[in-house]
Ligand binder design. Structure first.
Ligand SMILES: [Zn+2]
Length: 354
Protein backbone atom coordinates (compact mmCIF):
# COMPACT_ATOMS: atom_id res chain seq x y z
CA UNK A 1 0.00 0.00 0.00
CA UNK A 2 1.26 3.43 -0.89
CA UNK A 3 2.24 5.40 2.13
CA UNK A 4 -0.28 8.07 2.89
CA UNK A 5 0.90 11.38 1.52
CA UNK A 6 -1.37 13.77 3.28
CA UNK A 7 1.35 16.37 3.59
CA UNK A 8 1.11 16.96 -0.14
CA UNK A 9 -2.64 16.89 -0.16
CA UNK A 10 -4.85 19.96 -0.27
CA UNK A 11 -6.81 18.25 2.48
CA UNK A 12 -3.84 18.05 4.79
CA UNK A 13 -5.09 20.80 7.08
CA UNK A 14 -8.54 19.29 7.11
CA UNK A 15 -7.09 15.91 7.95
CA UNK A 16 -5.18 17.43 10.81
CA UNK A 17 -8.28 19.20 12.02
CA UNK A 18 -10.06 15.85 11.96
CA UNK A 19 -7.69 14.63 14.63
CA UNK A 20 -4.14 13.55 15.02
CA UNK A 21 -4.84 9.98 14.00
CA UNK A 22 -4.19 10.63 10.35
CA UNK A 23 -1.19 12.80 11.00
CA UNK A 24 0.20 10.18 13.35
CA UNK A 25 -0.21 7.51 10.74
CA UNK A 26 1.65 9.52 8.16
CA UNK A 27 4.83 9.05 10.16
CA UNK A 28 7.14 6.78 8.16
CA UNK A 29 7.87 4.85 11.33
CA UNK A 30 4.26 3.90 11.98
CA UNK A 31 4.28 0.11 12.04
CA UNK A 32 1.60 -1.85 10.28
CA UNK A 33 0.93 -5.54 10.24
CA UNK A 34 1.26 -7.33 6.93
CA UNK A 35 -1.83 -8.37 5.02
CA UNK A 36 -1.65 -11.73 6.76
CA UNK A 37 -2.09 -9.98 10.08
CA UNK A 38 1.43 -10.81 11.20
CA UNK A 39 3.49 -7.79 12.15
CA UNK A 40 6.16 -7.07 9.55
CA UNK A 41 8.85 -6.14 11.97
CA UNK A 42 9.46 -4.79 15.39
CA UNK A 43 8.35 -1.20 15.44
CA UNK A 44 10.97 1.49 15.31
CA UNK A 45 10.37 4.34 17.67
CA UNK A 46 6.91 5.70 17.19
CA UNK A 47 5.88 9.26 16.70
CA UNK A 48 6.49 11.90 19.29
CA UNK A 49 5.29 11.23 22.80
CA UNK A 50 3.26 14.38 22.76
CA UNK A 51 0.69 14.59 20.05
CA UNK A 52 -0.22 18.03 18.74
CA UNK A 53 -3.41 19.50 20.01
CA UNK A 54 -6.25 19.52 17.56
CA UNK A 55 -9.56 21.23 17.24
CA UNK A 56 -12.37 19.03 18.39
CA UNK A 57 -16.04 19.06 19.07
CA UNK A 58 -17.32 21.65 21.44
CA UNK A 59 -20.03 20.06 23.49
CA UNK A 60 -22.73 21.62 25.57
CA UNK A 61 -21.37 23.08 28.77
CA UNK A 62 -20.98 20.29 31.27
CA UNK A 63 -22.64 20.60 34.67
CA UNK A 64 -20.41 21.58 37.56
CA UNK A 65 -18.21 18.74 38.67
CA UNK A 66 -19.61 16.68 41.50
CA UNK A 67 -17.88 13.96 43.46
CA UNK A 68 -18.10 10.71 41.56
CA UNK A 69 -20.25 8.05 43.10
CA UNK A 70 -18.61 4.86 44.14
CA UNK A 71 -19.07 2.27 41.50
CA UNK A 72 -20.26 -1.20 42.29
CA UNK A 73 -18.65 -3.64 39.93
CA UNK A 74 -19.96 -7.15 39.89
CA UNK A 75 -16.94 -9.25 39.00
CA UNK A 76 -17.69 -12.74 37.86
CA UNK A 77 -21.20 -11.98 36.69
CA UNK A 78 -21.58 -13.68 33.30
CA UNK A 79 -22.40 -11.36 30.43
CA UNK A 80 -25.55 -11.88 28.39
CA UNK A 81 -25.01 -12.83 24.74
CA UNK A 82 -25.69 -9.21 23.76
CA UNK A 83 -23.05 -7.93 26.13
CA UNK A 84 -20.60 -10.68 25.19
CA UNK A 85 -20.81 -9.36 21.64
CA UNK A 86 -19.71 -6.00 22.99
CA UNK A 87 -16.55 -7.57 24.36
CA UNK A 88 -15.69 -9.67 21.31
CA UNK A 89 -13.10 -7.33 19.84
CA UNK A 90 -10.68 -6.67 22.66
CA UNK A 91 -6.88 -7.10 22.62
CA UNK A 92 -6.59 -6.17 18.97
CA UNK A 93 -4.12 -4.37 16.77
CA UNK A 94 -4.79 -0.66 16.29
CA UNK A 95 -7.48 -0.31 13.63
CA UNK A 96 -7.13 2.65 11.27
CA UNK A 97 -9.96 1.71 8.92
CA UNK A 98 -7.81 0.97 5.89
CA UNK A 99 -9.28 -1.47 3.38
CA UNK A 100 -9.04 -1.96 -0.38
CA UNK A 101 -12.70 -3.01 -0.36
CA UNK A 102 -15.84 -0.89 -0.37
CA UNK A 103 -16.58 -1.75 3.25
CA UNK A 104 -18.02 1.13 5.26
CA UNK A 105 -18.37 1.26 9.03
CA UNK A 106 -19.96 4.31 10.62
CA UNK A 107 -18.70 5.55 13.98
CA UNK A 108 -20.04 8.34 16.18
CA UNK A 109 -18.02 10.09 18.86
CA UNK A 110 -18.53 12.39 21.84
CA UNK A 111 -22.12 11.47 22.71
CA UNK A 112 -24.58 10.55 23.81
CA UNK A 113 -26.45 13.80 23.51
CA UNK A 114 -30.09 13.96 24.52
CA UNK A 115 -30.82 16.54 21.81
CA UNK A 116 -29.44 14.66 18.83
CA UNK A 117 -28.67 11.01 19.59
CA UNK A 118 -32.33 9.86 19.74
CA UNK A 119 -32.92 11.13 16.21
CA UNK A 120 -29.75 9.46 14.97
CA UNK A 121 -30.79 6.15 16.51
CA UNK A 122 -34.13 6.33 14.69
CA UNK A 123 -32.42 7.15 11.41
CA UNK A 124 -29.95 4.30 11.81
CA UNK A 125 -32.85 1.94 12.46
CA UNK A 126 -34.76 3.30 9.47
CA UNK A 127 -32.00 2.20 7.11
CA UNK A 128 -30.91 -0.86 9.09
CA UNK A 129 -27.42 0.40 9.88
CA UNK A 130 -25.48 -0.67 12.98
CA UNK A 131 -22.67 1.63 14.06
CA UNK A 132 -19.94 2.15 16.63
CA UNK A 133 -20.50 4.72 19.38
CA UNK A 134 -17.53 6.02 21.34
CA UNK A 135 -19.16 7.56 24.38
CA UNK A 136 -17.65 10.21 26.62
CA UNK A 137 -18.26 8.65 30.01
CA UNK A 138 -18.73 11.89 31.97
CA UNK A 139 -21.85 12.54 29.90
CA UNK A 140 -23.53 9.45 31.34
CA UNK A 141 -22.15 9.60 34.89
CA UNK A 142 -25.68 10.04 36.27
CA UNK A 143 -24.79 12.92 38.59
CA UNK A 144 -27.41 15.21 37.10
CA UNK A 145 -30.76 14.84 35.42
CA UNK A 146 -29.17 15.42 32.03
CA UNK A 147 -26.56 12.76 32.65
CA UNK A 148 -29.18 10.29 33.85
CA UNK A 149 -31.17 10.97 30.70
CA UNK A 150 -28.04 10.38 28.62
CA UNK A 151 -27.23 7.23 30.61
CA UNK A 152 -30.64 5.91 29.55
CA UNK A 153 -29.73 6.87 26.02
CA UNK A 154 -26.49 4.87 26.28
CA UNK A 155 -28.56 1.84 27.29
CA UNK A 156 -30.80 2.52 24.31
CA UNK A 157 -27.77 2.53 21.98
CA UNK A 158 -26.86 -0.86 23.43
CA UNK A 159 -30.41 -2.19 23.15
CA UNK A 160 -30.58 -1.25 19.48
CA UNK A 161 -27.57 -3.40 18.71
CA UNK A 162 -24.78 -0.90 18.19
CA UNK A 163 -21.26 -1.44 19.49
CA UNK A 164 -20.12 0.84 22.29
CA UNK A 165 -16.56 1.91 22.99
CA UNK A 166 -14.91 4.25 25.46
CA UNK A 167 -13.98 7.82 24.63
CA UNK A 168 -12.53 8.23 28.16
CA UNK A 169 -14.12 10.14 31.04
CA UNK A 170 -13.56 13.77 30.09
CA UNK A 171 -12.36 13.82 26.49
CA UNK A 172 -8.84 14.95 27.36
CA UNK A 173 -5.88 14.20 25.12
CA UNK A 174 -4.27 11.26 26.85
CA UNK A 175 -0.64 11.85 25.76
CA UNK A 176 -0.74 15.23 27.49
CA UNK A 177 -1.57 13.63 30.86
CA UNK A 178 0.80 11.96 33.29
CA UNK A 179 0.46 8.24 33.93
CA UNK A 180 -1.88 8.57 36.90
CA UNK A 181 -4.20 11.03 35.19
CA UNK A 182 -4.28 9.07 31.93
CA UNK A 183 -5.04 5.87 33.82
CA UNK A 184 -7.83 7.62 35.72
CA UNK A 185 -9.38 8.76 32.44
CA UNK A 186 -9.42 5.18 31.21
CA UNK A 187 -10.38 3.30 34.38
CA UNK A 188 -12.83 5.98 35.53
CA UNK A 189 -14.69 5.48 32.25
CA UNK A 190 -14.65 1.71 32.80
CA UNK A 191 -16.33 2.21 36.18
CA UNK A 192 -19.03 4.44 34.74
CA UNK A 193 -19.72 2.12 31.80
CA UNK A 194 -19.89 -0.89 34.11
CA UNK A 195 -22.38 0.87 36.36
CA UNK A 196 -24.53 2.26 33.55
CA UNK A 197 -24.32 -0.50 30.95
CA UNK A 198 -23.30 -3.59 32.86
CA UNK A 199 -20.08 -4.16 30.98
CA UNK A 200 -16.67 -2.63 30.46
CA UNK A 201 -15.96 -1.72 26.83
CA UNK A 202 -12.89 -3.23 25.21
CA UNK A 203 -12.93 -0.76 22.33
CA UNK A 204 -11.52 2.69 22.76
CA UNK A 205 -11.02 5.76 20.64
CA UNK A 206 -8.58 8.10 22.36
CA UNK A 207 -9.96 11.65 22.17
CA UNK A 208 -8.67 13.40 19.07
CA UNK A 209 -7.09 10.10 18.03
CA UNK A 210 -4.12 11.26 20.11
CA UNK A 211 -1.77 8.37 20.82
CA UNK A 212 1.77 7.84 22.00
CA UNK A 213 3.83 4.74 22.77
CA UNK A 214 3.09 5.27 26.47
CA UNK A 215 -0.66 5.50 25.89
CA UNK A 216 -0.62 2.56 23.47
CA UNK A 217 1.08 0.54 26.21
CA UNK A 218 -1.48 1.59 28.81
CA UNK A 219 -4.42 0.70 26.60
CA UNK A 220 -2.96 -2.61 25.47
CA UNK A 221 -2.27 -3.59 29.08
CA UNK A 222 -5.96 -3.09 29.83
CA UNK A 223 -7.04 -5.23 26.90
CA UNK A 224 -8.28 -2.48 24.63
CA UNK A 225 -8.46 -2.34 20.88
CA UNK A 226 -7.87 1.19 19.66
CA UNK A 227 -10.19 2.13 16.82
CA UNK A 228 -9.25 5.13 14.67
CA UNK A 229 -10.74 6.15 11.32
CA UNK A 230 -9.68 6.86 7.75
CA UNK A 231 -12.72 8.77 6.48
CA UNK A 232 -13.23 12.08 8.25
CA UNK A 233 -15.99 14.23 6.79
CA UNK A 234 -15.01 17.17 9.00
CA UNK A 235 -18.31 17.58 10.83
CA UNK A 236 -16.56 19.46 13.61
CA UNK A 237 -15.12 22.01 11.23
CA UNK A 238 -18.18 22.63 9.06
CA UNK A 239 -21.70 23.07 10.28
CA UNK A 240 -23.98 21.91 7.51
CA UNK A 241 -24.87 18.44 6.31
CA UNK A 242 -24.22 19.44 2.69
CA UNK A 243 -20.67 20.50 3.50
CA UNK A 244 -20.07 17.30 5.45
CA UNK A 245 -21.28 15.24 2.49
CA UNK A 246 -19.02 17.21 0.16
CA UNK A 247 -15.99 16.55 2.36
CA UNK A 248 -16.94 12.88 2.63
CA UNK A 249 -16.96 12.58 -1.16
CA UNK A 250 -13.54 14.22 -1.39
CA UNK A 251 -12.12 12.12 1.45
CA UNK A 252 -13.34 8.93 -0.19
CA UNK A 253 -11.87 9.94 -3.54
CA UNK A 254 -8.57 10.93 -1.98
CA UNK A 255 -8.25 7.70 -0.02
CA UNK A 256 -8.74 5.69 -3.18
CA UNK A 257 -6.44 7.84 -5.29
CA UNK A 258 -3.60 8.09 -2.80
CA UNK A 259 -3.86 4.95 -0.70
CA UNK A 260 -5.87 2.46 -2.71
CA UNK A 261 -8.48 2.46 0.04
CA UNK A 262 -12.02 2.27 -1.27
CA UNK A 263 -13.84 2.11 2.07
CA UNK A 264 -13.17 2.35 5.75
CA UNK A 265 -14.32 3.73 9.06
CA UNK A 266 -16.25 7.01 8.94
CA UNK A 267 -15.88 9.45 11.84
CA UNK A 268 -18.93 11.55 12.72
CA UNK A 269 -20.17 13.16 15.94
CA UNK A 270 -23.70 12.51 17.14
CA UNK A 271 -23.58 15.69 19.21
CA UNK A 272 -24.25 17.77 16.07
CA UNK A 273 -27.65 17.90 14.42
CA UNK A 274 -25.99 18.48 11.03
CA UNK A 275 -24.01 15.29 11.54
CA UNK A 276 -27.22 13.36 12.02
CA UNK A 277 -28.48 14.80 8.73
CA UNK A 278 -25.11 14.16 7.12
CA UNK A 279 -25.25 10.49 8.06
CA UNK A 280 -28.50 10.18 6.16
CA UNK A 281 -27.04 11.99 3.15
CA UNK A 282 -23.88 9.90 3.13
CA UNK A 283 -25.95 6.73 3.35
CA UNK A 284 -28.06 7.96 0.43
CA UNK A 285 -24.92 8.75 -1.53
CA UNK A 286 -23.59 5.24 -1.08
CA UNK A 287 -26.94 3.79 -2.09
CA UNK A 288 -27.15 5.84 -5.28
CA UNK A 289 -23.52 5.03 -6.10
CA UNK A 290 -24.38 1.36 -5.71
CA UNK A 291 -26.95 1.68 -8.49
CA UNK A 292 -24.16 2.85 -10.82
CA UNK A 293 -21.66 0.30 -9.53
CA UNK A 294 -24.18 -2.48 -10.05
CA UNK A 295 -24.63 -1.47 -13.66
CA UNK A 296 -20.88 -1.50 -14.16
CA UNK A 297 -20.51 -4.86 -12.43
CA UNK A 298 -18.21 -3.43 -9.75
CA UNK A 299 -17.93 -4.15 -6.05
CA UNK A 300 -20.74 -2.41 -4.15
CA UNK A 301 -20.49 -0.34 -1.00
CA UNK A 302 -21.22 -2.63 1.92
CA UNK A 303 -22.14 -0.94 5.20
CA UNK A 304 -20.95 -3.50 7.73
CA UNK A 305 -22.54 -3.89 11.15
CA UNK A 306 -19.55 -4.46 13.39
CA UNK A 307 -15.79 -4.58 13.65
CA UNK A 308 -15.32 -8.14 12.46
CA UNK A 309 -14.10 -7.03 9.03
CA UNK A 310 -11.41 -4.77 10.46
CA UNK A 311 -10.43 -6.50 13.69
CA UNK A 312 -7.18 -8.41 14.03
CA UNK A 313 -6.02 -9.88 17.36
CA UNK A 314 -2.83 -8.37 18.68
CA UNK A 315 -1.22 -11.64 19.60
CA UNK A 316 2.41 -11.00 20.45
CA UNK A 317 2.64 -7.76 18.51
CA UNK A 318 3.83 -4.78 20.52
CA UNK A 319 1.27 -2.16 21.54
CA UNK A 320 0.67 0.40 18.82
CA UNK A 321 0.93 -1.98 15.89
CA UNK A 322 -1.54 -1.03 13.21
CA UNK A 323 -3.73 -3.70 11.67
CA UNK A 324 -3.25 -4.63 8.04
CA UNK A 325 -5.82 -3.20 5.63
CA UNK A 326 -9.06 -5.11 6.12
CA UNK A 327 -9.16 -8.04 3.72
CA UNK A 328 -12.14 -10.22 4.56
CA UNK A 329 -12.44 -13.88 3.70
CA UNK A 330 -13.22 -13.88 -0.07
CA UNK A 331 -16.12 -16.30 0.46
CA UNK A 332 -17.69 -14.01 3.07
CA UNK A 333 -17.17 -10.98 0.88
CA UNK A 334 -18.66 -12.75 -2.14
CA UNK A 335 -21.71 -13.90 -0.18
CA UNK A 336 -22.37 -10.40 1.15
CA UNK A 337 -21.89 -8.88 -2.31
CA UNK A 338 -24.31 -11.40 -3.81
CA UNK A 339 -26.99 -10.44 -1.28
CA UNK A 340 -26.25 -6.77 -1.80
CA UNK A 341 -26.63 -7.09 -5.56
CA UNK A 342 -30.10 -8.52 -5.22
CA UNK A 343 -31.12 -5.88 -2.68
CA UNK A 344 -29.55 -3.07 -4.68
CA UNK A 345 -31.20 -4.18 -7.92
CA UNK A 346 -34.59 -4.08 -6.22
CA UNK A 347 -33.98 -0.71 -4.61
CA UNK A 348 -32.59 0.93 -7.72
CA UNK A 349 -35.46 -0.40 -9.82
CA UNK A 350 -37.92 0.93 -7.26
CA UNK A 351 -36.44 4.43 -7.34
CA UNK A 352 -36.17 4.58 -11.14
CA UNK A 353 -39.81 5.52 -11.43
CA UNK A 354 -39.47 8.65 -9.33
ZN1 LIG B 1 -14.04 13.10 20.43
Amino acid sequence: MARRSLARSPYYLLALACGVALAHLTAPSAPRASASGVPRALPPSLANELAPEVAHAVDLPEPPAAPRQDVQNVPGTPLSPDLARQSAYGNGLVIDGATPHRLILFSFDDGPDRRTTPLLLDRLDAVGVKALFFLTASRIASRTGMEREQAALAREILARGHLIGSHTVDHLQLPLLDDAAATEQVTGAEDIFTRVLGFRPTLIRPPGGARSPRIDQLLAARGYTTVLWNLCPGDVQVHSAEEVLDIFRKALARREREDGERGGIVLLHDTNIWSVDAFQMIWGELWSRNCELLERGEELYDVVPDLSFFYQPRGNAPPGFIAAPAEPDPAVLAARQARLRIETAQRCAATDGF
